[in-house]
Ligand binder design. Sequence first.
Ligand SMILES: Nc1ncnc2c1ncn2[C@@H]1O[C@H](COP(=O)(O)OP(=O)(O)OP(=O)(O)O)[C@@H](O)[C@H]1O
Ligand SMILES: [Mg+2]
Length: 247
Amino acid sequence: MQPLVALQHVSKIFTDKPGEDLSVLERINLEIMPGEFFILLGPSGSGKSTLLRIMSGLEKSYQGAVRWETGVSHADMSFVFQQFALLPWLTVFENAEMGLVMRKDLTVEQRKIIVAKELRELGLERFARSYPHELSGGMRQRVGIARAIATNPKVIFLDEPFSEVDSFTAKELRKNLLVIWQDRKMTVVMVTHLIEEAIELADRIAILTPRPGKIEKIIANPLPRPRNIRSQEAYRLEDEIYALVKP
Ligand SMILES: Nc1ncnc2c1ncn2[C@@H]1O[C@H](COP(=O)(O)OP(=O)(O)OP(=O)(O)O)[C@@H](O)[C@H]1O
Ligand SMILES: [Mg+2]
């Protein structure tokens, strides 16, 4: 099988401060397969967000190459941010609709049907006319996810999407995400610094070193789904990863 995306010797140096070049990523090589749930795990500052931004095309200046499978364009990609990134002056419905507004191939009516369906899937239909400030953090992130999946992307990038919500909400949101991933056969590329989260979700986990981020190791997660993250195998995997992540 061809990889969906291949990164070859990707490096990133921030040069905005004269005389203070900051090397953030060094010669990253990795391949992500279609349909894979791929997680980038590493300490704060190791360049995880930068790498996600490079892969998704949000960051355009870097060394090396990011090669997407033929036919995959940025229109096939969605991004879920840690800080929710909702527009406060738009309702839940309008925020979720945002990625579709530019789509010339959809009528307004078709757009409404898609958004209503995504809001239903994420349990938000009752809040369609609410504004972001009227929602809890978990609900806001549900809107972020609804907006991302409404465009039916091939790839969804998530940058620490559950770190601003409490652990119970995060657990629910992880469940939602797994259902969406399995139903729609999307490829997921997600950043986290939580080993347990990576073990629960990922097919493979790329561990980054402290800055400048390099790939320390890519680990395949052999745990069968649905996963029991309190099993002996899960604890063993957690120990293995724990030993590889350097603070
Ligand atoms: N636009 C920018 N200009 C200059 N430096 C930047 C910029 N964006 C990020 N950096 C620097 O690059 C390094 C990596 O940042 P990045 O946000 O990618 O790390 P991260 O692994 O996502 O960290 P965290 O887990 O804290 O989110 C940091 O030292 C940061 O200060
Ligand atoms: Mg980050």
